[in-house]
Design a protein around this ligand. Structure first.
Ligand code: F0G
Length: 455
């Protein structure tokens, strides 16, 4: 029995599919062994992502109806802008259709060839946007010594940052980014102290500090529970304290906007905001809707109010912690401590017999699908590795993780129990699992379209 309880009851339900083992194998072969290409109608429990997969509340569904679909200056934008400004303190608010549109527009405004974008860890779409400007993406995650568990494993390495900023390449740094929480690094939070020190360094060197605030509320909740100094503050206060340290942010609102689409750019600098708005008009739409329908803005405004509810965030963190424990009991090496939006399993450790270029994390994810139609994402060499320019085996990712993402308010503890059982079955026969090779790939985000073959 889990110790937590879902702080909501269910008002609308959707049946889930139960494909047979034969149907799963067939679907996988047809998809070139790429789980992104398997149709959702053949997935029982879909833990591929927490992005855009949330269940909206009754209040959000009713907000949709009052959406104002005026092209310019809609009431929906006014409500969205008010909620975002109250939450973040940033006066310049631009909606966009999702996070990567915000990244592309803002990073194109800040970067150019030869410049550096430095982050605790760039998410893959962020890295792709940085590279598209001709700049370089530098990751400086805090080092985590083997065998230790850090409460704020999402932090940036301040020593390395200071070294970079005051060294010969310091003048090339165009911005510093804190991704909160740090999705590409185990979904771990960034502490307020780390952000404050980062700001001090940025100020000293005249470099703007930006947040990728896609999971700002979950980060704030984890700050409150993991650092005794902030135990008395509400998640909303802690989120604001983090925003107060930055010059601006972008976010995919498909996460902590608790809705199915949306994103934003929010800034203090009106001049930078104006440049972004010019770009936005070219590619997203008029700045008061940014590629969204008016009703989406209403649902997002409501979601941004709900997401900092302490009872909701407690459930979110406790269900992730409970699921991590269930996976661990089923024999999986879990990245500890669990964050909120996902539980990460170290497939590199579990499948030590498969070298990185044979994609151990992908092999594990495929077995999970075959065993029980559970879909997860690989965050290993398929996503973060690169083809070797010299034609050798792929350059490996720093780790071979598999992410069990937790859609918001969608699955109950029974569903997660099932996913943990399936994972346990796979872990029990791990030595029989073989690796994969990539048969076709294109682009910087090769994981979405690549096809694979078993070795
Ligand atoms: N930043 C972070 C930290 C993200 O996790 C994502 C998306 C984005 C930016 C891009 O936002 O998808 O709205 O364009 N992460 C998803 C995931 C895809 O599954 O973690 P987007």
């Amino acid at each position: 029995m889990p110790s937590f309880m879902e702080p909501f009851r269910i008002k609308a339900v959707e049946p889930i599919p139960f494909p047979t083992p034969g149907e799963r194998r067939e679907a996988l072969e047809a998809a070139g062994y790429n789980l992104f290409r398997v149709p959702a109608r053949l997935i029982t429990i879909d833990l591929l992502t927490d992005s855009g997969t949330s269940a909206m509340s009754a209040a959000q569904w009713s907000a949709l109806v009052s959406g104002d679909e005026s092209y310019a200056g809609a009431r929906s934008f006014e409500r969205f802008e008010r909620v975002v400004t109250e939450l973040t303190g940033f006066g310049e608010v631009l909606p966009v259709h999702q996070g990567r549109a915000a990244e592309r527009i803002l990073l194109h405004g800040l970067l150019r060839p030869g410049r550096l974008c430095v982050a605790n860890t760039h998410f893959d779409s962020t890295r792709a946007s940085v590279l598209a400007t001709g700049a370089e993406a530098v990751d400086l995650p805090v080092p985590v010594p083997a065998g230790t568990v850090l409460p704020f494993g999402g932090n940036i390495d301040l020593t390395a940052l200071e070294h970079l900023l005051s060294g010969p390449d310091g003048g090339r740094v165009a911005c510093v980014v804190l991704t909160v929480t740090n999705n590409a690094n185990g979904g771990q939070p960034v502490s307020l102290e780390n952000a404050a020190q980062t700001r001090r360094l940025c100020r000293r060197h005249g470099v703007p500090l930006l947040l990728d605030a896609s999971r700002f509320a979950e980060n704030a909740y984890l700050v409150g529970t993991r650092s005794p100094a902030h135990a008395g503050a509400t998640p909303r206060e802690l989120a604001r304290a983090m925003f107060d340290l930055a010059d601006g942010c972008w976010a995919s609102l498909k996460k902590d906007g608790v809705a199915n689409i949306g994103g934003l750019i929010a800034l203090r600098d009106p001049e930078l905001a104006r440049r972004c708005a010019d770009q936005l008009i070219e590619t997203e739409g008029f700045p008061t809707y940014g590629g969204l329908a008016g009703r989406d803005l209403d649902a997002l405004a409501q979601g941004l109010l709900e997401v900092t509810d302490p009872a909701y965030l407690r459930y979110r963190a406790e269900s992730a912690g409970w699921f991590a424990e269930r996976l661990e009991r089923a024999g999986l090496p879990v990245v500890r401590p669990a964050g909120c939006h996902a539980v990460y399993v170290d497939a590199g450790r579990l499948l030590g017999h498969i070298p990185p270029h044979e994609l151990p994390a992908t092999a594990f994810a495929i077995e999970l699908y075959l065993a029980g139609a559970v879909r997860v994402t690989e965050l290993g060499t398929l996503v973060f590795g690169r083809p070797d320019p010299a034609g050798g085996p792929d350059l490996p990712a720093p780790s071979e993780l598999v992410r069990f993402a937790l859609p918001r308010r969608v699955y109950t503890s029974n569903h997660l129990e099932y996913a943990a059982e399936v994972a346990g079955e796979v872990a029990a026969k791990v030595s029989a699992i073989r690796g994969y090779r990539i048969t076709e790939q294109t682009g910087a985000l090769r994981q979405f379209a690549a096809t694979l073959a078993p070795l």
